[in-house]
Design a protein around this ligand. Structure first.
Ligand code: AHG
Ligand code: MN
Ligand code: MN
Length: 336
């Protein structure tokens, strides 16, 4: 048998990338390394969720007498615990916590800021459907010591890295540092993420749209017209589009990254700012999609240009293939 590709673990890839920067201190590599450990620990729990009956249970005792936690709380604590002592992060913030998360006093504060959605798609847990973890990394802007809220409230264009882990038919770690988007698939038998998708490029145009169309009646007439347009028949523009919607942003965005098309969670009459969170979900995904040659928007401008004013703020989001997102913006702005 002839092996077509060289094996490249995430560890080695990170190490080789670090070598490209002679002044690198190793903090960033350490951070990514610890995140990949957190990913494996969360994957381990996610993959046996159906077995151990921890679904939807908080602080209950299981049959072995252990206190068990809801999976999203477990993921939240696991990411924090994996990242709090490495000396690379000065502050964190997570979708599951109201306020910023400080590094314990006994550990050194580093130069990076980590924002994360520990378990994305948690309403899908009980149905054994794809889940994710999403992360966003910034340089600190505060001078030293403990990190601050302002460190966390930077616009997405300041991200130095972003990525997600998707717990699907395979578990994948996908990330960017602003030099392309790379995907690694977990080989569970050896416990390593192996490079499987180098330099992912999103198709210029796709033929899938992904939105919760149950909200159609609450959408603006402009958005309704766009989606009506996607459903019309026209061979040249590959219409009608197919609709796919998992309800786990990491999964829906991952499919959009690979197959093209558009993923959106718009604002509507009930929730003008939509449902998804700028800092934990939209910024990291927008960075990845744009790095892969796609486009992101809040309807008016790139998601990455939105200045966050609070940790948990929501934003309408449209992301995917450049042509699809552009066309959607034209509809939204009344130009079509
Ligand atoms: P989370 O589980 O982190 O709260 O996120 C759920 C989000 C996101 O993953 C998904 O795109 C969206 O909720 C689905 O919302 P609807 O059920 O309203 O479609
Ligand atoms: Mn989420
Ligand atoms: Mn979540």
């Amino acid at each position: 048998m002839i092996l077509q590709k060289k094996f490249m673990t995430l560890e080695r890839f990170i190490y080789e990338q670090e070598q490209l920067y002679p002044n690198a201190t190793g903090q960033f590599s350490g951070l990514l390394h610890d995140l990949s450990l957190a990913a494996k620990l969360v994957w381990r729990e996610v993959s046996k969720a159906g077995l151990v009956n921890i679904l939807g249970v908080t602080h209950k005792t299981n049959t072995s007498g252990d206190v068990v936690k809801k999976l999203d709380e477990f993921a939240d604590e696991t990411v924090y615990k994996a990242m709090d002592h490495g000396g690379h992060v000065c502050v964190m913030a997570s979708e599951e916590n109201e306020d910023i998360l400080h590094i314990p006093d006994e550990y050194k504060a580093g130069k990076y800021v980590l924002l994360f959605d520990p378990l994305d798609g948690s309403s899908n847990i009980d149905a054994n459907i794809t889940l994710g973890t999403i992360f966003s990394i910034y340089n600190r802007i505060s001078p030293g010591g403990k990190g601050t809220l302002d460190d966390c409230l930077q616009s997405g264009s300041n991200q130095v890295a972003a990525g997600y882990i998707i717990y699907g038919t395979s578990t994948m770690f996908v990330y960017t540092t602003g030099h392309g988007v790379h995907g690694f698939t977990l080989d569970p038998s050896v416990g390593e993420f192996l490079l499987s998708h180098e330099n992912i490029r999103i198709p210029k145009k796709g033929k899938i749209y992904s939105m919760n169309e149950g909200n159609y009646r609450n959408w603006s007439s402009e958005l309704q017209r766009y989606v009506d347009y996607l459903k019309e028949s026209d061979k040249e523009t590959a219409r009608p589009y197919s609709m796919r919607y998992i309800g786990t942003m990491a999964g829906d965005a991952h499919r959009t990254l690979l197959y093209g098309g558009i993923f959106a969670y718009p604002g509507d009459k009930k929730n003008p700012e939509g449902k998804l969170r700028l800092c934990y979900e939209c910024n990291p995904m927008a960075f990845i999609i744009e790095q892969a040659g796609g486009r992101s928007s809040n309807g008016k401008q790139s998601i990455l240009n939105v200045q966050p004013t609070s940790l948990h703020q929501h934003t309408p989001v449209f992301l995917g293939s450049e042509e699809d997102v552009k066309l959607c913006e034209e509809f939204l702005q009344g130009k079509r």
